[in-house]
Write a protein that binds this ligand. Structure first.
Ligand code: 0RA
Length: 663
């Protein structure tokens, strides 16, 4: 045995083609295949059934890819059998060294894993069953006929369910041809009575094979009795010297593309391992299949789950385009481009030929060889750079197109983020709340406002980004005198806790608070003070830490507006008004004094300036001195628990409880 790893080199072994019967390794019989077909072909469904055809076609295809054959004939017979012929070297028929009475062909056909490739000197690069071998097809066929033209003679052997009916026989002369014909019919015992090979499917498989190897002509024939009902041509010839470029043209049809020419090419010669071929075009209108598509193949076997060769293509195109943008002075644009953006509007095909393909995944539909990624990237990159440089105008259009995809992607991501945020917020937020738009709580404020009309003014006056407004209707429940049950059911209280995002009592966690500050904004009158005191009571009992951490405030809206000519001032209360009259406005000229009946009466602009705008407002921080906690407790208990008439005075008088500060 020679130990050459080069699948495609015709080695210097005894036979002129470098392969003898002793190269075939015998592993086991075919019984396991019939017992557990799923283990070998991944099931017994339609897909598995058609895999049998792939395997047979791939064997012939490999002869062609290796340069030994240039023609393959496929014939679908009326009985449901299909024959695949090639003009390759012919399966070896010499006696096998280990089984002296058997030909190599019989050993190949009846022995699992028989095939040179398992000794690293395969006659084939792949297989539709990812290399399980033609013996599996034989095992799962009710009948298989093999015919070999070799050394000017014609040989034949037939099998039923994997068993040879007779030894290989020389049946005539073949003076000027060579090659192999395998005709098989899948076994209904395995696939069921109605499992028939579908002409349409075989036709499509045959056709795409021809695109993948320009050096082969595939002829298709189908018995009219099958072709007509299936709507398939009874005869066709597939030969595509344009290779994948032809294939892509066919796939994208009349659709408009971003560049006038597609990007296609090949590297690594016409035969053998290390070859790469590709074709890519971009379409603004999309190609129908979602946004874009990539079809990939390894040794002409489709890899619908992609893999390393697709990665290589993506990498080459992305890096190439980025580099082009850099050179064209548009590096900034290129920074946001990802492989997904490049491939989003692309239709592409990539085909590689490698020595020992490894397939991964549940259905073994993904190429795993890492050298395939390097091979494709290296092969494609240079030609892509040249392609871009050769027509700057088109390259520019492509870059624009891809950058648009990137921008769309970023926008989608932003929209999704916003949607997710608002959805998760809205889900649990009270309907009356006018929330702020900022994501985190940092720098945000919740204004608790008395009544809907003041709420309306506050919503107009606020800074939407950082200030939220929750209007509370009428007097809120006095939690100091209400039972727990009543508190839980109270709408205003539940709205308030929902808006704050934090639980009450022992479950309160300051980190949950959705706002940095909570600002009670009530009218500057008795009712307003009452509501403020009720709210403070609520916070004192339900979230004392909110007060302790200095996050609860009272807004101080003005009660009076004083104007004298152009000069305008606002006064918080009578004392403040009197002080202004005695000071700034004491020049004897007429002063206009108006009294606000409520926040709702103020113009949003006035409300903003006097009460809400952090630049110009004054707030009072509600503080709770822990040293006075016991006293506060009893005060709240007496004041809020029963004697409501004392509340207003309490709020107004206790300067140690309310401390005016500027923020
Ligand atoms: C094993 C060894 C050789 C060729 C083949 C198998 C072979 C198999 C198939 C299956 C369909 N068509 C095929 N053609 C060839 C090499 C034989 C030699 O060295 O002469």
């Amino acid at each position: 045995m020679t130990d050459s790893n080069d699948l495609f080199s015709s080695a210097k072994a005894p036979d002129k083609d470098g392969y003898t019967a002793q190269d075939i390794e015998v592993l086991e019989g075919l019984e396991p295949v019939r017992k557990r077909p799923g283990m070998y072909i991944g099931g017994t469904d339609d897909r598995a059934l058609h895999h049998l055809f792939s395997e047979v076609l791939d064997n012939s295809m490999d002869e062609a890819v290796a340069g030994h054959a240039d023609r393959i004939d496929i014939v679908m017979h009326e009985d449901g059998s299909v024959a695949v012929s090639d003009n390759g070297r012919g399966i070896p028929i010499d006696p096998h060294p280990k089984f002296k009475d058997k030909s190599a062909l019989e050993v190949i056909m009846t022995t699992l894993h028989a095939g040179g490739k398992f000794s690293g000197k395969a006659y084939k690069t792949s297989g539709g069953l990812h290399g399980v071998g033609v013996s599996v097809v034989n095992a799962l066929s009710q009948r298989l006929d093999a015919e070999v033209a070799r050394d000017r003679k014609l040989y034949a052997q037939s099998f039923e369910r994997g068993r040879a009916l007779a030894p290989l026989k020389e049946i005539g002369a073949a003076p000027n041809r060579r090659g192999t014909t395998i005709r098989f019919s899948p076994d209904p015992e395995i696939f069921g009575d109605r499992a028939h090979l579908k002409p349409k499917r075989l036709f499509a498989m045959a056709r795409s094979k021809a695109y993948l190897h320009r050096g082969v002509q595939i002829r298709w024939k189908c018995d009219a009795a099958l072709a007509e009902p299936a709507g398939v041509e009874p005869e066709a010839v597939f030969h595509f010297p344009g290779g994948l470029a032809d294939f892509l043209k066919e796939l994208i049809g009349e659709k408009r593309t971003v560049t006038s020419e597609m990007f296609s090419g090949r590297a690594g010669g016409d035969e053998g391992a290390g070859r790469v071929e590709w074709a890519v075009a971009w379409s603004g209108a999309g190609f129908g299949e979602a946004d874009g598509f990539v079809r990939s193949y390894c040794n002409t076997v489709p890899t619908p789950d992609g893999g390393t060769h697709e990665q290589g293509l993506r990498a080459a195109l992305t890096k190439g385009l980025r580099a082009y943008a850099e050179i064209a002075g548009q590096g900034k644009k290129a920074g946001i481009i990802t492989p997904d953006d490049v491939m989003a509007g692309a239709g592409g095909i990539v085909s590689v030929f490698i020595a020992e393909p490894e397939f991964q995944g549940q259905t073994k539909d993904r190429l795993a060889n890492s050298e395939a990624a390097r091979l494709v990237e290296q092969s494609v990159r240079d030609p892509f750079d040249h392609w871009l440089a050769a027509s700057p105008k088109e390259a520019e259009q492509l870059l624009e197109f891809v950058v648009e995809r990137a921008e769309e992607r970023l926008k989608r991501r932003r929209d999704k983020e916003v949607k997710r945020q608002t959805a998760s917020r809205k889900l649990r937020l009270p309907g009356k709340l006018a929330d702020c738009s900022r994501g985190g709580s940092e720098g945000t404020e919740l204004f608790l406002v008395e009544g809907d009309s003041a709420g309306g003014s506050a919503k107009q006056a606020r800074n939407r980004k950082t200030q939220a407004v929750l209007p509370l209707r009428g007097k809120i429940l006095n939690v100091a005198s209400a039972g727990a049950d009543k508190i839980m059911k109270n709408q205003e209280i539940s709205d308030l806790t929902l808006a704050l995002g934090a639980a009450t009592g022992s479950k309160f966690n300051p980190d949950d608070l959705r706002y940095e500050r909570v600002i009670i904004m009530t009218d500057a009158d008795v009712d307003g003070a009452h509501i403020a005191s009720l709210l403070i009571t609520f916070f004192y009992q339900a979230m004392p830490d909110l007060i302790r951490s200095g996050r609860l405030y009272l807004a101080l809206p003005p009660l009076y507006r004083l104007s004298q000519g152009d000069k305008i001032e606002y006064a918080r209360d009578d004392a403040h008004k009197d002080a202004l009259m005695a000071g700034e406005f004491s020049n004897g000229k007429k002063v206009e004094i108006s009294r606000f009946k409520g926040l709702g009466e103020m113009m949003p602009r006035q409300l903003k300036e006097t009460t809400m705008d952090p630049e110009t407002r004054t707030l009072a921080r509600v503080s709770l001195d822990d040293a006075l906690a016991g006293e506060a407790e009893s005060l709240v208990e007496t004041l809020m628990g029963r004697k409501s008439e004392l509340r207003f005075k309490f709020i107004q008088d206790h300067a140690d409880f309310i401390e005016a500060i500027d923020i």
